[in-house]
Design a protein around this ligand. Structure first.
Ligand code: NOJ
Length: 546
């Protein structure tokens, strides 16, 4: 009866799973309004089943004024009409289940929208029962409680004259922070999560979860003193009553904290998203927009540190991309001459590691960054930053260079399904411009070409299912100081697998044999055959060793 092909080890089914992230507004429009929706996703489930993924992480689809594209929720128990209805959501959960795919919802629990009834009530008076659902400080207009800044620009405090108080917001003014110190709020959140679990969702991704225990008076945003107490309670009251996959977003995580977040006893989450490798092309002390060249040796060290330190003590999430990050092939690959090779190379490195791989929509066909005029950008973070930096006297071309490299809209352009006018995403002009390269880079072309990036990802997913060494093996970095090659071994019960990747666009002299290894069988290779003694530009493979 059971179509849930991934339920093998019922407690840890997610260990050999691969998750695909959908950013719903850019995935597939089904009703001709230029915005992706739930029926659009249902239409494309067969495609995702063909790719072989086990779960979909859906970026927020709950009711929202869309100030931050849904990460500002005004009703946690309803779907935004832009995406469809609760019935559509139930249909999606069922249709996905038929294909062995689970749906993971994005829980935004650090803040709500200022249009949530809780906040509307909270603002009415200091003794309103909802007032204490948010974080308030008494004060005087114009004199902020302190100098904390919000992530999307401006102060982290907003004045409410009717109350003579400021409320705290780590993101936009329309995203007031929730007060986790209030047990009533916490209970309300748990009941909402149980309600979704009842509807059959397969898990959750928890937005900026390390920021819920903020202590604004101490200027603490993430890793507040009560953080793990809150998470343990949340997990016990909700997730632990089901067989779920849960992943917390934690920009402030280090490997020690990850031992707590992803403790094998399941007391918190299944795993965390950590970002140490993601910050490596940012100038020290700067903001994400202040870019520097990637230090490749450091990249190897950091990813390897996470592999080694979590082995047996926690669980890694493996990702290069998401809706907040630029496209990896444009960032650390080569999106021109070697787009195919470098996209496959980056995938090989990631999918060879221990953890649960995440594929961000469009990554499986090698979608690239975009370079638009400033007026064409929609993201609140990008738009606010542009204004702020221009006012501070930055040159427009320098600001644009940062946006081309790091802007979140790079990942948010519509999926390129085919070469038609709006790339098969919609029949009308989409909410954000389609990438000009949709004529060549699209799903239709990828499916027709057996050597495409799509089939490479499909094979990587299959390999994870067939080779326990990929799921459970330990990890050992090779050639640590080599400036071009990323190579490592995975070992399990006497079986040895090697992953070798040339990270750069030049030919590198290299022979596995000379390193003392003998290949028994190649599992995957992004070039048709070997070139003895060399790795060609972006060449990568996984092989079982003798
Ligand atoms: C992290 C999300 O991934 C991002 O898109 C959002 O803007 C912030 N959290 C605020 O919710």
């Amino acid at each position: 009866m059971n179509n849930e092909k991934n339920v093998v080890d019922t407690s840890n089914w997610w260990k050999n799973s691969v998750v695909y992230q959908i950013y719903p507004r850019s995935f597939q429009d089904s009703n001709g309004d230029g915005i992706g929706d739930l029926q659009g996703i249902i239409k494309r489930l067969d495609y995702l089943q063909d790719l072989g993924i086990d779960a979909i992480w859906l970026s927020p689809v709950c009711k929202s004024p869309q100030d931050d594209n849904g990460y500002d929720i005004s009703d946690y128990q309803d779907i935004d009409p832009m995406f469809g209805s609760l019935n559509d959501m139930e249909e999606l959960i069922q249709e996905a289940k038929k294909r062995g795919i689970r749906i993971l919802l994005d829980l935004v629990l650090n803040h709500s929208s200022d249009e949530h009834t809780w906040f509307i009530e909270a603002k009415k008076s200091k003794d309103n029962p909802y007032h204490d659902y948010y974080v308030w400080r008494d004060g005087v207009e114009g004199i902020y409680p302190n100098d904390m800044k919000a992530c999307f620009g401006g102060p982290a405090w907003e004045w409410v004259p009717e109350l003579g108080q400021y409320y705290f917001h780590q993101f936009s003014v329309k995203q007031p922070d929730l007060n986790w110190e209030n047990p009533k709020l916490r209970r309300e959140i748990y009941d909402m999560i149980l309600w979704w679990m009842d509807k059959g969702v397969g898990g959750f991704r928890l937005d900026v979860i390390d920021q819920i225990a903020k202590e604004p008076d101490l200027k603490i945003t993430n890793n507040g003193p009560r953080l793990h107490e809150y998470i343990k309670e949340l997990s016990k009251e909700t997730f632990q009553t089901g067989n779920l996959i849960t992943v917390g977003e934690a920009w402030g995580a280090n490997t020690e904290l990850a031992h707590l977040y992803s403790a094998p006893d399941g007391s918190e989450f299944s795993m965390v998203f950590q970002f140490e490798h993601i910050n490596l092309d940012q100038q020290p002390g700067g903001e994400k927009w202040d870019i520097k060249e990637l230090d490749f040796i450091q990249l190897k060290q950091i990813l390897s540190k996470w592999q080694v330190e979590l082995h047996g003590k926690g669980w890694n999430s493996l990702f290069w991309n998401n809706h907040d990050l630029p496209r990896i092939v444009s960032r650390w690959g080569n999106d021109e001459q070697y787009r195919e090779e470098s996209a496959k190379m980056l995938a090989t490195i990631l999918h060879g590691m221990q953890g649960t791989p995440y594929i961000y929509q469009g990554e499986e066909i090698g979608m690239t960054n975009v370079k638009y005029q400033i007026e064409e950008y929609k993201d609140i973070e990008t738009v606010n930053m542009y204004k702020e930096r221009i006012e501070k006297g930055y040159k427009p071309e320098d600001v644009m260079r940062s946006i081309y490299a790091k802007g979140r809209d790079n990942a948010r352009t519509p999926i390129q399904w085919d070469s038609s006018q709006y790339a098969g995403f919609s029949t009308v002009k989409p909410w954000i411009k389609v990438n000009d390269n949709c004529k060549e880079i699209n799903v239709e072309n990828a499916l027709e070409n057996k050597d495409s990036i799509f089939y490479y990802y499909k094979k990587l997913i299959q390999l994870r299912k067939e080779n326990p060494v990929l799921v459970h093996g330990d990890y050992q970095l090779l050639l640590e100081t080599n400036p071009d090659i990323f190579a490592y071994c995975r070992n399990l019960d006497g079986q040895r697998m090697v992953v070798v990747a040339n990270f750069h666009d030049k030919e590198i002299p290299f022979s596995l044999k000379e390193e003392g290894f003998e290949v028994k069988e190649y599992l995957i290779h992004n070039y048709r055959e070997e070139k003895a003694g060399y790795l060609r530009p972006y060449e990568a493979y996984m092989a079982i060793l003798n």
